[in-house]
Design a protein around this ligand. Structure first.
Ligand code: GLY
Length: 352
């Protein structure tokens, strides 16, 4: 069974294997399952057979679950069954579901054991690994949260079989990002026709992408340094998500944001990697953007979590696999935005 170890104060294992969910179990006897309401019944049944939860709480699909209201409802349900301190919460769903479930586990009784079963590509290669949990505020994404690492993660590619193609492609943005910041061999593998669940080599590519994340969070759980590089493309992406009220999904927004970050990287003296990010957008076919206003986006970017008291910092690339953090002058942000918009307009396949 391909297992990746995530180190740190409480090391844990990420299993990447078709059928991993069937073989999963947890030592806790009292367990609550928090599941994405949009999952196929079969996925929930498989998780219930594996973990025997005493209650299953379904939460709205996507970022609609990352609110105080949904969090409060989940915590009340855990309290209503008196889930004890030595109980466990298991998150089953995409990145939003596992962010919420992990945060509920972190808050309930000041913290109970948490396990993660991501059901989307995005969740498997990014959100479910590394212990970032949380919810959104109207002022921005992920502004409330906690580092609460899972005790184990099961990435079962069989769960991806039922994903609509657009949801699969949006999640590929995080795999591609791992290629840009750390493992360039992933770039061509993502764009190949073999990059589909059930195809030869898919599981290896998935495991290699998870390995990038596992390595980074082992070395830097709380984002004192290199973990910030996982946010390549995310500063604009989170702003797009916020201004469109999540009308543009996270993975699509990351696809757009990576292209912006590649253009900024070149403007700041780095290699021109925008061909890679353009090819990815052509492959990804993200949902078309509504008209966007730089000033409005910039206000959200200023609240990015990488900002410190001296202002916002962007993850840029000197070259492939050579990320760094930089403050970018506002005029460069604005001119880069103009170029980015013009380039998107020329990607006719995106229908702008
Ligand atoms: N998704 C970025 C991180 O986990 O740090």
């Amino acid at each position: 069974m391909p297992q990746l170890e995530v180190g740190g104060a409480q090391p844990y294992t990420v299993t990447v294997e078709a059928g991993a969910l069937n073989r999963a179990s947890v030592p806790e006897t009292r367990v609550a399952l928090i599941a994405d309401a949009g999952l196929p019944t079969g996925s929930v049944v498989r998780a219930e057979q594996a973990f025997r939860p005493e209650l299953t709480i379904t939460v709205p699909r996507g970022d609609a679950c990352k609110t105080f209201e949904v969090l409060g409802g989940v915590l009340s349900r855990l309290a209503a069954v008196n889930l004890p301190r030595d109980g466990a919460v298991i998150g089953l769903g995409g990145g939003a579901t596992t962010d919420l479930a992990g945060f509920a586990a972190a808050c309930y009784l000041r913290g109970v054991a948490y396990y993660s079963v991501p059901t989307t590509l995005l969740g498997m290669v990014d959100a479910a690994v590394g212990g970032k949990t949380g919810i959104n505020l109207p002022e921005g994404k992920n502004l409330v949260g906690a580092f609460w690492p899972p005790r184990a993660v099961w990435c079962d590619p069989e769960l991806l079989g039922s994903l609509p193609p657009a949801v699969f492609r949006e999640g590929a943005a995080e795999v591609y990002k791992h290629g840009l910041i750390a493992d360039p061999s992933l770039l061509s593998r993502v764009l190949s026709p073999e990059f589909r669940p059930g195809q030869r080599g898919f599981e290896t590519t998935l495991a290699d992408a998870v390995a990038v994340k596992a390595g980074v969070v082992t070395r830097d759980l709380t984002e004192q340094g290199e973990r910030a590089y996982l946010n390549f493309g995310h500063t604009l992406a989170h702003a797009i998500e916020a201004v469109t009220r999540h009308g543009i999904s996270h993975g699509d927004a990351v696809g757009y944001g990576m292209h912006y970050a590649a253009l900024l990287s070149r403007e700041m003296g780095g290699a021109d990697l925008s061909g890679h990010t353009r090819r990815f957008l052509e492959w990804q076919q993200p949902r078309p953007l509504p008209p966007l206003d730089f000033g409005e986006l910039n206000a959200y970017m200023a609240r990015d979590k990488k900002a410190d008291s001296a202002g916002v910092r962007f993850v840029l690339l000197h070259d492939l696999a050579r990320p760094y953090l930089a403050r970018v002058p506002e005029e460069t942000l604005q001119s880069g935005f103009g170029e980015w918009q013009a380039e998107l307009g020329s990607l006719r396949s995106l229908n702008f």
